[in-house]
Design a binder for this molecule. Structure first.
Ligand SMILES: Nc1nc2c(ncn2[C@@H]2O[C@H](COP(=O)(O)OP(=O)(O)OP(=O)(O)O)[C@@H](O)[C@H]2O)c(=O)[nH]1
Length: 418
């Protein structure tokens, strides 16, 4: 219904213009080990020689997401679809996970976190080979996946969730529990809401029952999402999980609010291009799922075009100031996309008459916006550096060894790239 014609591709469709010139892109310290190279992740960003060493040391400061759930609930599929661009239908052939996998995901400058994919085949809490204390201690968010298509297993899944919440909360009070009521594709909306309410109600009742009061349920952060890998709901839910782990999320939201107000935008997003997780969106109106899906499709379209014109060495989309892509929808709206840096893209929806009027203002404001993002990145890296320094000082105090050289190496690798 809303399809479209590309009215203004990047400056021209030569591969040089579509490709990001890495020399112009703001270079930041990313570790990208787990991401496929052809989704905009420049090897040269991550494969600096001494970076591995510093990544190892900084990895302990990355927020961690733990994915848990009963067997066959869809944990590995979620991870692969969101972070590895696996086609949903290919997940039908996935082997069962037999041990907990730790994976470093460094989607963009803001998200550097780790995902633990726990095996549903073994009970984490009774497995002697798994140090669940350490696992939960460093965990920022725990995603618990419940298979909504398997009504017979609801009870077991909820029992396991309650046990997990109890253990998790006792080990780490700040952990955020996110329940993915998964595989809801094919269900009508009423059925989805029915399952949602049922699971939420049963979980609350059992938590109160086990705890003997409602004290715990008032204190824990427990949130529910309806998800499926066959539509955008999994990306939306993961985005919401990630937002809570980004300390600068509110600042980014406010930046987008300013941009919407000053340029007359209907909606604005800051996307991680590779995963289509949106890092932030303006807070002026509630999230419109249809618009979000259109923006995701827009990213796919641009990546596809880029792949055609630069199939071998595609590393992203042009991030120079003059390049942007714009698609006119058949309802007087434009979808506008501009790469902010190697990993992040700004995507907005704007009315056509306002777009024509405000193009100059938009170009100017987007230049400022890109600079602000760079400042936020720098601030984040300084904070990581400070955290590392504190840790090193603690190590020095504990072991009596000198960590001065390590620290200066780390500082160079973190800040030298900006
Ligand atoms: N219909 C539907 N099927 C899904 C969805 N997500 C995953 N599946 C299917 O569920 C099955 C199990 O998925 P896995 O990702 O292997 O499940 P898991 O939780 O990692 O399983 P274990 O390795 O046993 O812990 C696969 O056949 C997937 O194709 C979904 O959103 N909708």
């Amino acid at each position: 219904m809303m399809s479209s014609s590309v009215i203004d591709q990047t400056s021209s469709l030569s591969s040089q213009n579509i490709l990001i010139s890495s020399s112009n892109a703001p270079i930041v310290d990313f570790s990208v080990g787990s991401m496929p190279a052809n989704y905009g992740y420049d090897e040269s960003f991550s494969k600096e020689e001494d970076e591995d060493e510093s990544n190892e040391e900084t990895s302990q400061f990355k927020p961690r997401i733990l994915i848990m759930g009963l067997r066959k609930s869809g944990k590995t599929s979620i991870k692969n679809v969101v972070f590895h661009k696996m086609e949903p239908t290919d997940t039908l052939f996935l082997d069962p996970t037999t041990k907990t996998n730790l994976e470093d995901i460094s989607c963009c400058s803001f998200i550097t976190f780790q995902v633990y994919d726990c095996s549903g085949q073994i009970d984490l809490f009774s497995d002697p080979t798994c140090d669940y204390n350490a696992l939960l201690k460093g965990c920022g968010s725990l995603i618990f996946v419940i298979d909504a298509q398997d009504e017979d297993q609801y009870h077991d899944a909820i029992t396991c969730l309650i046990q997990t919440v109890h253990k998790g909360y006792n080990i780490n009070r700040s952990i955020k529990f996110e329940v993915f009521i998964h595989k809801v594709d094919g269900f009508p909306d009423e059925k989805k809401m029915e399952i949602y309410n049922e699971i939420q109600q049963r979980t609350s009742e059992m938590l109160v029952q086990q705890d003997g009061s409602d004290t715990m349920i008032q204190k824990i952060y427990l949130n529910y999402h309806l998800t499926s890998i066959y539509d955008h709901s999994i990306f939306e839910a993961f985005s919401k999980v990630v937002h809570k782990l980004i300390p600068q999320h509110r600042q980014l939201e406010r930046l987008l609010d300013y941009l919407c107000n000053s340029c007359g935008l209907e909606r604005a997003f800051l996307f991680d291009v590779a995963s289509k997780i949106f890092i932030a969106s303006d807070s002026l109106s509630p999230l419109d799922t249809q618009l979000y899906e259109l923006c995701c499709d827009k990213i796919d379209l641009v990546l596809d075009i880029s792949n055609i014109y630069a199939p071998n060495d595609i590393e992203g989309i042009s991030s120079d100031d003059a390049s942007y892509t714009c698609v006119k929808l058949n309802n007087e709206l434009y979808l506008y996309m501009k790469q902010v840096n190697k990993f992040l893209a700004f995507v907005c929806v704007i009315r056509d008459e306002i777009f024509m009027e405000n193009r100059g203002i938009m170009d100017y404001n987007l230049t400022l916006f890109k600079d602000s993002i760079k400042d936020i990145l720098l601030a984040q890296q300084n904070m990581s550096l400070l955290a590392n320094q504190t840790n090193l000082n603690q190590n020095i105090n504990n072991t009596g060894s000198s960590g001065g050289q390590d620290l200066s190496q780390m500082a160079n690798s973190l800040l030298g790239n900006i």
